[in-house]
Design a protein. Structure first.
Length: 116
């Protein structure tokens, strides 16, 4: 069973930056799309950014111009560069992937806290 392992969360002041990383446990795992979702307390999980195998990207309106999603050369890693962070970006961030068979994979989540 492939696992997605996230890292890079933490506490940062408003206006600061963080870089999240997500790597699949199998080097042969090559998903079609990889995404970052987030869930704040009391709110629904929402899509933050998505990148396809062809490197097409899609962002939530709330993060456009501040966040950048990218994939590593191995194609089974994904990064989220978060700049100009705001307190409302505080959430647990989850890595997600879909393989060619339509199977969904989720990471365990990493906490991002932005203080004002």
């Amino acid at each position: 069973q492939v696992q997605l392992v996230e890292s890079g969360g933490g506490l940062v002041q408003a206006g600061g930056s963080l870089r999240l990383s997500c790597a699949a446990s199998s080097s042969s795992f090559s998903p079609n799309t990889m995404d970052w979702y987030r869930q704040a307390p009391g709110k629904r999980r929402e899509l933050v950014a998505q990148i396809t195998s062809g490197s097409r990207t899609n962002y939530a309106d709330s993060v456009k111009g501040r966040f950048t999603i990218s994939r590593g050369n191995a194609k089974n890693t994904v990064y989220l560069q978060m700049n100009s962070l705001k307190p409302e970006d505080t959430a647990v961030y989850y890595c997600h992937a879909i393989n060619t068979y339509g199977n969904n994979y989720w990471g365990q989540g990493t906490q991002v806290t932005v203080s004002s």
